[in-house]
Design a protein around this ligand. Structure first.
Ligand SMILES: [Zn+2]
Length: 764
């Protein structure tokens, strides 16, 4: 999500950490999807018959009032044995994780053997479906275990989940290089008759799986495969070194405490001794100095300390990039970026660069205007004309934002209108208006959840009934991961007749009105909100409201996608398309019309004052173009560092970064700095950092063309659902974009289409 970047560090990122994790997970796990098992099928669908008005009222109460929630849950829990976590009967105790993993491997092994034997036309016709089931079996264990590892309060359970995860991870690595699987898929894809009988979704998944097989090195002859493995191992080692051993060139700075005027006196006091204050690089104190110290010299030194990496760190980064380039060449590609982008929406480095440079030119005047305002503020502040430098940006943008905020209309805090219950209620109403689905509270069985403040919501569709389960774990607690996250613990997918015969006791399916049977998706939403106090419900700050909408945007993708195969279900679309639904939801959060239909004062029930809300939105937008522009520069940097330049003798990441800054930033780079050494997303995203900007530009256009005038329009909601959401990753994203926007010229994608999207991004 978009975070208040100026309050974090001088150059932090936009990209939600979960999206990074998901991207990695997908690449690792494509092969491994799901199948069904008898003993371990969690969460049965439930009949919901009570009125929607009752559900709507109950939603607000259950999230706002812990006593009501406690009674509600208690009434559902007679004295009986645990149902198992997520109603998975194997998971009634920590020991169950081992059995869950073992049984899944046994099940997977049967599928592996069947796929490897496939020779006849009938057998080959099932290869893609079976590979998808295999993937489903493994993902169900890994996704669930990874989630439990991150979220469960019991350390014994966490250790058991971790064990299950590692067993499956190893098994997955074996499958990734299993010749029998690769050759069967190859046989199927080389058989014209079989290919002609595959559905378009099966063809798409066949191609995705084949690309992943090739990337795993399974198709290489023995010696080449050995080199592939050694390069991959080196990359993984260098990557974790780069991410985990962040080292600034200067570890700390000591200032005379009196020179730190402007900073919070409590922060200074906590870091001072005998009139001297010691600030540690990359730490909160140093960041505060950049943002708040009135003395320009202090800001300059603190800025340099926070933006200069140790030389060793730069060497690790450059070695990592070189090895990635070598690996790409070893697999027959031109460079790492080209190989990575081939199967993404953007398709090529040229297209990404065209998008980013077109976006940068469209933004240029707006960025310039923001800098002019900051320069003018500095001039006014000092009473003379002086240079505006990199270390001035945070300081003056915070100052000017504060000044603007103090001029605004303010009778009450906005937070009072956003109790958690009203926001969840608002989300349900919005989903109902746009897509005909609503959130309905559901009591949990003993042992079904991992903490007693977790709320279960069922997603009920007007046409199809119960279509998904969402577990909401929204309050902070010790030891819990503080990053907002959306986890898909089980994807939606079609269960065909063959499978139904194999496992007749599968209780966990959702039956659609058309009679097709889909696996019920299970989602967990994790946030870090402050729990309620005795006198008032949990109140959200506006940026937390936006976060919740963003996460729900991912969830909606998982809920509404109706794909046959797990490998393209919901959020499992191309990495550079996967943020569109979540970013679009942020636009809904910021729409006064949407907010006004649910936001109410928690004490007086008064509606949200529109003027106050609009002013808050405009304050959020202060300096957004300058912030956005720095993300463009980082995306360009990510491209250049993963280009063939990395394989040249005089490869120098610092000069590449500074050249880009000179070209695209209004303020020139500070000599001697090397911030790229702290840009850890270079490892995680690897040539895909532009994705968030691309999806922001598309979301902005979808918002303007479909929803800006009428954000609650069912007609537009249906159009968006039918042209984008329902396809998950099962249709070329360019077709989704061209159809939803009715712009046929975009249907093939390519360099010109990317350039066009860059132009749309001007106002984002
Ligand atoms: Zn996201």
């Amino acid at each position: 999500m978009f975070r208040p970047r100026r309050l974090l560090s001088s150059q932090s990122d936009y990209i939600c950490s979960r999206c990074l994790e998901r991207g990695l997970k997908f690449r690792q796990k494509r092969w491994l999807s799901h199948a069904q098992g008898r003993a371990a099928q969690p969460v049965a669908p439930v009949l919901h018959s009570i009125s929607s008005k009752h559900d709507d009222n109950l939603l607000r109460k259950l999230f706002d009032n812990p006593a009501i929630f406690k009674n509600y849950e208690a009434s559902s829990k007679p004295l009986e044995n645990s149902s198992g976590l997520f109603q998975n009967k194997l998971l009634t105790s920590a020991g169950g994780f081992r059995i869950f993993a073992q049984q899944s491997i046994e099940k997977a092994q049967i599928i592996v053997e069947r796929i490897s034997r496939a020779e006849s036309r009938e057998e080959l016709l099932r290869v893609v479906k079976d590979l998808d089931r295999l993937s489903d079996v493994i993902c169900q264990v890994m996704d669930l275990s990874a989630f439990v590892r991150d979220s469960h309060p019991d350390r014994q359970v966490v250790a058991a989940a971790n064990g299950a995860y590692e067993v499956m991870y190893e098994y997955m690595n074996v499958l990734n290089v299993t010749q029998g699987l690769y050759h069967s898929l190859k046989r199927a894809m080389e058989n014209k008759e079989v290919m002609s009988l595959y559905s378009s979704e099966e063809k798409m998944v066949a191609n995705i799986l084949m690309t992943d097989f090739i990337k795993s090195g399974v198709s290489l002859p023995l010696l080449a495969r050995q080199k592939f493995i050694s390069l991959s191992n080196e990359i993984s080692k260098l990557g974790s070194q780069f991410v985990n051993d962040l080292a600034p060139a200067t570890s700390h700075l000591t200032f005379d405490s009196r020179s730190l005027r402007g900073m919070d006196p409590l922060v200074i006091k906590s870091l001072s001794k005998n009139g001297k204050t010691t600030l540690t690089s990359l730490d909160i104190g140093m960041t505060h100095a950049v943002q708040m110290a009135d003395h320009e010299t202090v800001r300059r030194e603190a800025y340099k300390a926070n933006n200069t990496s140790d030389k060793r760190q730069i060497r690790v980064l450059e070695e990592l990039l070189r090895k990635r380039g070598e690996l790409a060449r070893h697999l027959g590609g031109e460079n790492y970026a080209a190989s990575t982008l081939k199967d993404k929406m953007a398709k090529s480095p040229e297209a990404v660069n065209r998008f980013l440079t077109s976006l940068a030119s469209a933004k240029r005047p707006l960025v310039q205007a923001e800098y002019e305002a900051l320069k003018a503020h500095k001039r006014q502040h000092l009473g003379k004309d002086v240079n505006f430098n990199a270390w001035d940006y945070s300081y003056y943008s915070v100052k000017l934002s504060d000044q603007r905020a103090s001029n605004m209309y303010r009778t009450d805090s906005l937070d009072c209108y956003f109790s958690l219950g009203t926001v969840i209620q608002g989300l349900s109403r919005l989903m109902s208006q746009l897509f005909g689905v609503r959130l309905v509270p559901q009591q949990t069985l003993p042992g079904e959840t991992w903490n007693n403040d977790v709320r279960r919501l069922d997603v009920i569709s007007e046409d199809e009934g119960h279509i998904a389960v969402i577990y909401c774990d929204l309050f902070k607690r010790d030891g819990k991961n503080p990053n907002p996250c959306h986890y898909t613990l089980r994807c939606s997918r079609l269960i065909d007749e063959v499978e139904l015969e194999e496992a007749s006791d599968m209780i966990s399916l959702a039956r659609t009105t058309a009679g097709a049977v889909y696996q019920l998706p299970i989602i967990a939403l994790i946030c870090d909100f402050s729990p309620t106090s005795t006198s008032r419900p949990p109140l959200l700050e506006f940026h937390e409201v936006v976060t919740l909408f963003h996460e729900m945007g991912h969830a909606i993708h998982s809920i509404l996608a109706r794909t046959t195969l797990h490998n393209v279900a919901g959020t499992r679309c191309m990495t550079d398309f996967s943020e569109l639904p979540s970013i679009l939801m942020e636009y809904f959060a910021k729409s006064p019309q949407v907010a006004s239909q649910y936001a109410r004062h928690y004490e007086t029930d008064a509606p949200l004052p529109q003027q106050m809300f609009k002013e808050r939105i405009s304050l959020e937008a202060s300096f957004k173009h300058a912030d956005f522009n720095s993300q463009i520069v980082l995306s360009l940097l990510d491209q250049e560092l993963h280009s063939s330049l990395a394989l040249e003798k005089d490869f120098n990441s610092t000069s590449i970064f500074h050249n880009l800054e000179r070209q695209y930033n209004v303020i020139p780079p500070v000599e001697g700095t090397s911030w790229q050494g702290f840009f850890t997303h270079l490892f995680g995203y690897g040539a895909l950092y532009y994705s968030y900007l691309l999806d922001t530009a598309i979301a902005d256009k979808v918002w303007k063309d479909l929803f800006a005038e009428a954000p609650l329009s069912r007609e537009m909601g249906e159009r968006y659902k039918n042209e984008v959401l329902k396809w998950g990753g099962g249709r070329d994203p360019w077709i989704c974009v061209s159809e939803v926007l009715k712009k046929e010229e975009l249907s093939e994608g390519g360099v010109d289409a990317m350039k066009e999207i860059g132009k749309w991004g001007a106002s984002t």
